[in-house]
Design a protein around this ligand. Sequence first.
Ligand code: CUV
Ligand code: SF4
Length: 647
Amino acid sequence: MPKTQDHTHTQRISLDHDFEVLYEKACEAGIDTAFSRAKQTPVPCPFGSAGVCCRHCLEGPCRIGLNGKGPQEGICGANGDTIVARNLLTMMIEGAAGHAEHGRETALALLEASEGHSDYQIKGVEKLYQVAAGLGIETNGKAVEDIGKQVALKALEDFQKQAGAMNWLTLHAQQQSIDKWDELGITPVNIHLEISKAVTRTSMGCDADPINLLLGCLTMGLVDGFGGLHLSSDLQDILFGVPKLVKSNFRLGVIKKEMVNIAVHGHVPLLSEKIVEWSRKLSEEAKAAGAAGINVVGICCSGNEMLMRHGIPAASSFSSQELVIVTGMLEAMIVDVQCIMPGIQKVAECYHTEIITTLPYVKIAGSTHVNFHTDKADKAAQDIVRKAIANFPKRDHQKITSFTGTVEAYAGFSNEQIIEALSALNKEDPLKPLLDAITSGAIRGVAAIVGCTNVREFQDWGNVTVAKELLKNNVLVVATGCSAHSLAKHNLMNMQGLEYCGESLRGVLKAIGQAAGLESLPPTLHMGSCVDNSRPADLLTAVANRLGVEVKDLPAVGSCPETHSPKALVIGTYFLANGVDVHVGVNPQVSGSQFVTDVLCNGAKDDGLNLEKLFGGKLIYEKDPVKAAAILLRRIEEKRLALGLSS
Ligand code: CUV
Ligand code: SF4
């Protein structure tokens, strides 16, 4: 069993007490987790933290001296501004590539399903018609499969066309935004072309103009927003159906002692869908092995996807993923891609848990690998579920820690679901009740709390605090990703949390909820996984279109209090390109360049060129969640004033 040097100081790690119990247990057993590893590297490297470390060629690595002391240029002459902007772009590329790959896999899955050589069928027929119409595909008299194929080919075209703008950008963006992006020369042509061009421009001896590099970041934001988020959400809705209101549970009590517990972890729902399906079909086999049945629980965004469409309960967000294994009750953790800590394997080796990787390009040494492909998905899922069942008798009962507490949460708030709820108030014009609430000031504005949990942060604290501050001030809060886990675990997605809402917001939530047959809408709306940040974006676009303004004019903000992922940075950049203010509570690693910091964070009234002048919104870096919320509230009020909405 692995031993670490210092487990004596167990400090608080999470607002979720269950994970603190497990953390103590892991420390006492000498099991390393990300939390203990983070304590062994208490201070991150100051050069990397400031973004001034360059490793783009073999003459280096070079680093710029901090605070003007020491060398101010790399060997090639690249200065701090260039190095910081280039490093930021490198992070953007990484984030966008992950989401784009998610989109590409989903597009291929739709193509294969349409051509009939796959284990999947099209379930979201209505969404298919809607997306096809948006893309200008003729649907009259055509079979569903035929339309599905045309849509899939249009999606794949976004990875290969050589001129014009991406289909998915034209499908979803406001024309005024497209005009602005065209004028600045940042409109993406195709996803792979832009990623490859961006990798090239960050390499040694290429782009050395920090402004140009920052514009390259915005292109990556658009690639991510349209080619990653929108494309993935749309095609997943077509394949698996549009999410509808569901009620489920969060926290570690969702892991059941008498059941075969399988965790799905990662991002692309293709495999998880099948795991859920086969867990239900193979429950008799689990009973034969002595269990009461099979229980699938979610981690990270796979968890969000399965929650949104199947009401699967969620066990953990990113930062505590290893600790789920420490319950001693997990028979298998199935992973696909992204945000999977390699550390899970070592922890699993201390228990009977089997880590199962499923993609040929994401393996972990020591783990089981079951190759997954859409034409053999049923077979792979059955193999995996049976492996989990076979592990059930191998549990060490001395090592089990079970929890009873769960927290109820509503989820499934696709825009389609929100519109459906609103239409109970106004059938002819469903958006009107929402618009009225915003214009009258009953709702001051809309905030999307998104992104991750981060091992270096006190888990859930930032996400929950920003949310509560905004709710108190009558801001409508929607959430995605691991932030949604934080909010759900702390009662912000069930009716108990209504007490945190300001009076006028609570009135609106109740009116809409009751018309739709609930006691109220929950205080915050779960809109899905990270790629589902397309949904709040579409909601804002719909509201802006109806008000006859641009998204940038709306009293809307994004907040990312506890992120760890470059994916969250690039999602934020997509919102910035649309003129929405974005708060990040974790160091974005640009402080080594005053110039880059000014461009990202300065206001429209400041000297020099900056994001707010170009697009209408800026990056807000603030670690303190209470202060951050205050800034966001101020920004919301400024935009209300500019729009002439009631104060
Ligand atoms: Ni994609 S990116 S930790 S799982 S939200 Fe969760 Fe969400 Fe961040 Fe990763
Ligand atoms: Fe140094 Fe320039 Fe090479 Fe970067 S690209 S490592 S700054 S020489």
